[in-house]
Design a protein around this ligand. Structure first.
Ligand SMILES: *Cc1c(COP(=O)(O)O)cnc(C)c1O
Length: 366
């Protein structure tokens, strides 16, 4: 099983974007708006398992209106980036961790698990044809890669689909938040949860995002760009943002982050940041963190930095926390010292300018 070999078919686009048009996009990429010339597709059926691995021109999915994903939301995804190094080579970050997380998400959502080998090879295959879409390493530009899996069986019955598709698309990106490394304001969701006990909070599935959007709109209306969710059971503990994990830096020198309680997404950036902080000899506690503790800590000065992290935004300083009941923290906060230096270290590893001492980088192309 582990040594099963998959043949890849590549159908080159006959209408790739002209070099000048591609370069114009790469000069000023806007997150998630433009896509490369190709996509990866691998099909799974109950009879054949994973088969027909291929690279095809980018284009719409022809799908029956009765396809299961459109009705019952069996969908999971990943987010991973390709970084160009100074010598022109193209690398990605901890792809095996993403592959394993996609498998855990698949298990939870009753989808077939994409073998790790297919996942990693799919990134290589896409970069082999679309490598020119990986921007030069300036202004934190990268190629954001979006692997995803959907239930593709034409069937309205409620059961795990007998046909699934794994696809990979990619989109060049600049910094996730426009406006530089400015602390983001966070809206605390008091009236909606993104995940409940034994729910799907740990799976990277579209439904979790759908569940977060109402609170996000509320946040936007109140001048906040991200939403913080509390635990659904008691509404007292901090879980995470809609798409990023959270860290709190204490004046006494330790750092704390909410423990993985089954509702929180196991961020690969979260895991990497914990390692980088511990490398510095700083204690990182993974534990319950209540909103009360954070409020008191920020007000008393016991908490000196808050930051969020994820592949898309890397590490982002958090400024004010707001809800319909209160405002926590000052309006004019500056990014903290640890936040800033961790960010520089992690992006340095990813762009190949800081030693990769944990073997996190994986080469996709020379
Ligand atoms: C993807 C995601 C994260 C961040 O995970 P990374 O692996 O660091 O990109 C955090 N929270 C949620 C809800 C996510 O979907």
């Amino acid at each position: 099983m582990a040594d099963q070999h998959y043949e890849w078919t590549v159908v080159q686009s006959t209408k790739p974007l002209a070099d000048a048009d591609r370069e114009a996009i790469l000069a000023n990429p806007v997150f998630g708006t433009k896509f490369t010339d190709h996509q990866v597709i691998v099909t799974w059926t109950e009879e054949l398992g994973w088969h027909d691995a291929r690279v095809e021109p980018y284009g719409p999915i022809m799908m029956d209106p009765a396809a299961a994903v459109l009705h019952y939301g069996q969908e999971i995804f990943e987010g991973i980036k390709a970084y160009r190094h100074q010598d022109g080579s193209i690398w990605t970050f901890r792809p095996t961790a993403n592959a394993q997380r996609l498998q855990r998400s698949a298990h939870r959502m009753a989808l077939p698990e994409v073998p790790v080998e297919i996942f990693v090879e799919s990134l290589r295959q896409l970069i082999a044809v679309d490598g020119a879409w990986v921007p030069q390493p300036v202004n934190e530009k990268t190629l954001y890669i979006r692997p995803f899996e959907i239930a593709a069986e034409t069937f309205l019955g409620v059961r795990p689909a007998a046909r699934a598709e794994y696809r990979v698309i990619a989109s060049p990106v600049g910094p996730y938040f426009t406006g530089g490394l400015k602390p983001v304001k966070i809206w605390i969701a008091l009236d909606s949860s993104r995940a409940g006990k034994h729910g799907t909070g740990e799976a990277k599935t579209g439904g979790n995002y759908a569940a977060s959007l109402l609170a996000q709109s509320e946040g936007y209306e109140n001048g906040c760009s991200q939403v913080m969710f509390l635990d659904a059971e008691t509404g007292t503990h901090i879980e995470e943002l809609g798409g990023m994990n959270l860290f709190f830096v204490y004046a006494d020198g330790h750092v704390a982050t909410p423990s993985l309680d089954g509702n929180i997404l196991r961020g690969i950036t979260r895991d990497s940041v914990i390692t980088l902080i511990r490398d510095r000899g700083i204690t990182v506690e993974e534990r319950l963190i209540s909103l009360d503790e954070v409020r008191e800590g920020i007000n008393s000065g016991a908490i000196i930095e808050v930051f969020a992290c994820g592949t898309a935004a890397v590490i982002t300083p958090v400024g004010q926390l707001k809800s319909r009941l209160e405002v926590i923290g000052a309006e004019d906060q500056q990014p903290g010292e640890l936040t800033t230096s961790l960010r520089a270290e992690l992006t340095g590893i990813q762009y190949g300018t800081v030693a990769d001492r944990h073997g996190w980088m994986h080469k996709l192309a020379d």
